[in-house]
Design a binder for this molecule. Structure first.
Ligand code: 8GT
Length: 142
């Protein structure tokens, strides 16, 4: 298999706010592919790391929080021109600490219908699942 064809494992966290079930989305920082697009916080799983460890590390690096509970949820795949990713989605319901946008990103708590755009296409399937769980719908804007 060529390097270009290899899938990159990514851990992404769906932080759920206890009070109203809103979920956190953040923008991709300047300098990354698709900068400014809204996504779920997370990043690549490093060699030797579990998905749970990767979520803990990424959410601490990006948002400054300490994750206390991680629930593996779904696995989806997406092909971009620059990368083929396998996304390991986890629900995160408990964390400690105040949010600090350590990479200069923006963050926003969301419910359906979403108010943020554009959204990273790799997040569409999980937004559709999340919407279905809540009896709502999510349709990506073409
Ligand atoms: N964090 C995150 N990544 C996503 C989502 N959806 C999606 O397709 N991806 C893809 O997953 C990959 C994540 O890589 P990344 O560049 O953010 O990871 P990282 O923070 O470890 O980056 P770096 O080590 O290159 O700085 C990107 O190709 C991104 O396009 C999502 O909702 N959240």
């Amino acid at each position: 298999m060529s390097v270009a064809a290899q899938r990159i494992d990514v851990a992404a966290g769906v932080l759920l706010r206890a009070t109203d079930g809103a979920f956190l989305m953040s923008t991709r920082p300047t300098g990354k592919v698709c900068a400014g697009c809204w996504e779920f916080p997370g990043g690549k799983v490093e060699a030797g790391e579990t998905v749970e460890q990767a979520i803990g590390r990424e959410l601490h690096e990006e948002l400054g929080i300490t994750v206390q509970q991680v629930e593996r949820w779904q696995v989806t795949e997406h092909d971009y021109p620059h990368a083929r990713v396998r996304l390991h989605w986890c629900k995160v319901r408990a964390w400690q600490g105040d949010f600090e946008m350590r990479e200069g990103q923006a963050m926003c708590w969301q419910t359906f219908p979403l108010t943020v755009t554009p959204i990273l296409p790799g997040a569409y399937p999980v937004l559709q699942l999340l919407a279905r769980e809540r009896g709502a719908s999510f349709s990506p804007v073409a």
